[in-house]
Design a protein around this ligand. Structure first.
Ligand SMILES: [Cu+2]
Length: 118
């Protein structure tokens, strides 16, 4: 009886361990690309994640080189990607900060910069 229940439990543990390692929504890539330089201020920032996102609790904020927020405050989420429109800003370093809630209820967050100008 005891051996039977152990056999039943082990595959479940393996399943959970494997699921946890791959299930979080990590940033896969972004447009503008992380750390990249673009000639003109982009109209929006789009992020792609490794997992589908919950729209209600996933967001992006973007600040311009002066430290002012240039995102519209309305992050759009579709599947594993989210994007936000930007107001025009100047040349220099832009900071992107994101919070993601994946459909498995795990939260992740991060930030990166991109450059605008020649
Ligand atoms: Cu997860």
């Amino acid at each position: 009886m005891r051996r039977l229940s152990l056999i039943a439990v082990i595959p479940l543990l393996v399943l959970f361990a494997a699921g946890d390692a791959t299930a979080h929504a990590f940033l896969d890539h972004a447009e503008p690309r992380v750390g990249n330089k673009v000639a003109a201020p982009p109209r929006e920032v789009t992020l792609w994640f490794t997992q589908k996102l919950e729209p209600a609790f996933s967001s992006i904020t973007v600040t311009d080189p002066a430290g002012q927020r240039v995102d519209t405050g309305k992050t759009r989420v579709s599947g594993n990607q989210m994007s936000v429109s930007l107001r025009a800003g100047g040349n220099g370093t832009y900071h992107v900060t994101w919070h993601a809630l994946s459909v498995d209820t795990h939260t992740t967050d991060g930030n990166f910069t991109f450059q605008v100008g020649r």
